[in-house]
Design a protein around this ligand. Structure first.
Ligand code: HEC
Length: 111
């Protein structure tokens, strides 16, 4: 039989474990969750949906060089073309984390 104290401890542990890890925003994880279905895990948009919807290849160095942080944030918030808007779905902290992750996707390969 569990003692009251032990039960309390178990409950506390369960509560703590179920708290969302809101303090830690993981740009890579957010990208996999929200963006990779169209833009691909590495941003090159070689996915069926990316192909069908003409999703931007985010790993293209030329695109990276010609696109400002503001433009990327704007795209995330408004969703150009067939892309959904994330202004309501992602906090500004999450949008910043995504921007940072996007900047890490540039690949020095053609296409
Ligand atoms: C349903 C598919 C889809 C999803 C999901 C999606 N995108 Fe897009 N994205 C697109 C398409 C299509 C375009 C090109 C739209 C256009 O240029 O008309 C695009 C364009 C962009 C651009 C380029 C805008 C520009 O100015 O060149 C950025 C940046 C971008 N997406 C980031 C993201 C991020 C970050 C996420 C996840 C939060 C995401 N996308 C989720 C389809 C998608």
């Amino acid at each position: 039989m569990l003692s009251k104290a032990l039960q309390g401890g178990v409950l506390t542990a369960l509560l703590l474990a179920s708290l969302p890890a809101s303090a830690q925003v993981d740009g890579q994880q957010l990208f996999q969750q929200h963006c990779s279905k169209c833009h691909g895990a590495n941003g090159n948009a070689h996915t069926l949906r990316g192909w069908l919807l003409f999703a931007q290849n985010l790993s293209k160095p030329k695109w990276q060089a010609n696109t400002t942080d503001d433009e990327i944030l704007h795209a995330i918030q408004q969703g150009p073309g067939a892309m959904p808007a994330y202004a309501e779905k992602l906090s500004s902290e999450e949008q910043q984390a995504l921007l940072k992750h996007l900047r890490s996707l540039a690949k020095p390969t053609p296409e």
